[in-house]
Design a binder for this molecule. Structure first.
Ligand code: UDP
Ligand code: MG
Length: 475
């Protein structure tokens, strides 16, 4: 396409459900502007039907182009591929899940006419979970102190870049890319405006807790060596404190003779110093690891096919992917195993919570009342944790009312098993209780899962059952 004015770059990973409505909304927003445009989709190794969908879109409309990776390389790599594909005078980076509303494009293009090289759409935090919002804000506050470039809370990848800004981004060769930092690093005239945070239209977010944490560490380490400097200062400070402590002990010995007590202080100091040394080594290791990656000089991604160079037709997805909601979440079996292990871990945490509440309260109030309060606290905690973490869905009142059923069944079933173990199989009472608890857990897991998710599929979108959430990592 000659004289393309605007390129829209869209990284997609398992966005089969979202990409169609995204494309429709995008065309509806762009066509009235009268600008010539192209849409550069990047399929980041999806294992649902995203790539097939993109081939259809590209076949139907010459303004649509796509690149498909050989596997999932991550959003950073996908954005880089999209920027490399783009030919427009301006490029807009957007997510495929409609969390970056296409209706804002005319405004961004209008602002670019005033000569800005970067127009950033900054989202607010409305509708976001308290915990996530707090974690993101704290992260940005810390980043503000540690990073040499400024990264602003709410400013993500949704932005328009001029051609020279895109060329500057592409000129940076680093393999461990942290785009938010890179965009800030290149500078140029930048403006931003705030928009209302939107929910994902379909599918589910790909940013689980561990991925977010890794992304946060990438951000912290990618742009400076201040953590290393901090480690040096920390080490010096500790050495100084140790010297002071040694002087104090020597003075003490001189005045009162040798005293045997004091091993606690010594042990504490040894453990604290060991921890600091390990953390420091970890920081150094992070940097060394990065140097290692850079020296390997591997490409950021491998291309399977492009719209200009289409490959053979995509094989049918394996049967497990055809089921409801399985595309983005891995196979059904591995999901259930993960959920079960999480459920079991939450069970352990809740038992600890119950014991903590019970043992604290029973010194002040009657022990049975303490038991009831402890039980209620642990049930509520268990319900919330299993909703958010195990089933990755928002808790509802209906689910909350159903939830105690799973505990009741657990109680009855484990009681029955205990009885059978002790009376009929001649097991010891403690061993039988343990075995009964373990055997009953899978059933209470299934029931808890039913309590939390059942009905949600009927009353809400399927993706909500699997847990859509708003926001970008650390946006
Ligand atoms: N994405 C990607 N590769 C990945 C993960 C995500 O291309 O490995 C894309 C995803 O398809 C979406 C965008 O990056 O278009 C943002 O991802 P997501 O919505 O999961 O992030 P969130 O909005 O929850 O932070
Ligand atoms: Mg999203």
């Amino acid at each position: 396409m000659k004289n393309c004015q605007v390129s829209i770059v869209v990284p997609c990973y398992n966005e089969d459900e979202a990409v169609k409505s995204f494309h429709r909304a995008l065309l509806a927003a762009l066509e009235p502007t009268g600008k010539s445009f192209e849409v550069c989709y990047v399929d980041d190794g999806s294992d649902d039907l995203t790539r097939t969908r993109l081939t259809y879109l590209a076949a139907a409309d010459e303004r649509v182009r796509y690149t498909a990776f050989s596997r999932n390389f991550g959003k950073e790599a996908a954005m880089l591929a999209g920027l490399r594909m783009s030919r427009g005078d301006f490029v807009v980076l957007m997510d495929a899940d409609l969390q970056h509303p296409p209706e804002l494009l005319p405004r961004m293009l209008e602002l670019s006419r005033h000569g800005y090289d970067q127009v950033i759409a900054r989202r607010d935090r409305e509708g976001e979970g308290l915990l996530r919002s707090f974690a993101s804000r704290s992260y940005y506050r810390v980043m503000g102190h540690f990073m040499d470039v400024s990264v602003v809370d709410g400013e993500g990848d949704f932005r328009l870049l001029s051609r020279r800004a895109v060329d500057s981004v592409l000129a940076l060769p680093e393999s461990e890319r942290f785009s938010k930092g890179i965009f800030s690093w290149i500078g140029f005239d930048t403006t931003s405006f705030t928009y209302h945070n939107a929910e994902r239209v379909a599918g589910r977010s790909k940013w689980g807790g561990r991925r977010l944490l890794n992304y946060g560490i990438d951000g912290l380490i990618s742009f400076n060596n201040r953590p290393l400097r901090l480690a040096v200062y920390g080490g010096l400070l500790m050495a100084l404190a140790a010297m002071g402590y040694a002087v104090w002990i020597i003075v003490g010995v001189a005045r009162h003779g040798v005293a045997v007590p004091g091993y606690t202080t010594l042990l504490t100091a040894v453990v604290a110093l060991g921890g600091i040394q390990l953390a420091t080594l970890g920081i150094v290791g992070e940097y060394v690891g990065r140097i290692y990656c850079e020296t390997k000089n591997r490409p950021h991604y491998l291309v399977r096919e492009t719209s200009e160079n289409p490959g053979p037709p995509a094989p049918d997805p394996p049967p497990r992917m055809r089921g409801r909601g399985s595309s983005a979440y891995g196979s059904g079996r591995s999901r259930i195993v993960r959920q079960f292990l999480t459920f079991a871990m939450i069970g352990v945490v809740n038992t600890a919570v119950y014991l903590a509440v019970y043992s604290t309260l029973n010194t002040w109030i009657p022990y049975l009342t303490a038991h009831v309060i402890g039980y209620c606290v642990s049930i509520i905690g268990s319900f919330l944790l299993n909703s958010y973490i195990t089933c990755r869905t928002r808790p509802t009142w209906r689910a909350f009312v159903r939830y105690p059923v799973s505990s009741l069944v657990n109680l009855v079933l484990s009681g029955l098993l205990l009885y059978v173990g002790v009376s009929h199989l001649g097991m010891g009472k403690n061993i039988a209780a343990l075995a009964a608890g373990i055997l009953a857990t899978p059933f209470s897991f299934l029931l808890a899962r039913w309590a939390i998710t059942s009905g949600a599929a009927l009353s809400r979108r399927p993706e909500a059952v699997a847990g859509s959430r708003t926001g970008r990592p650390g946006d």
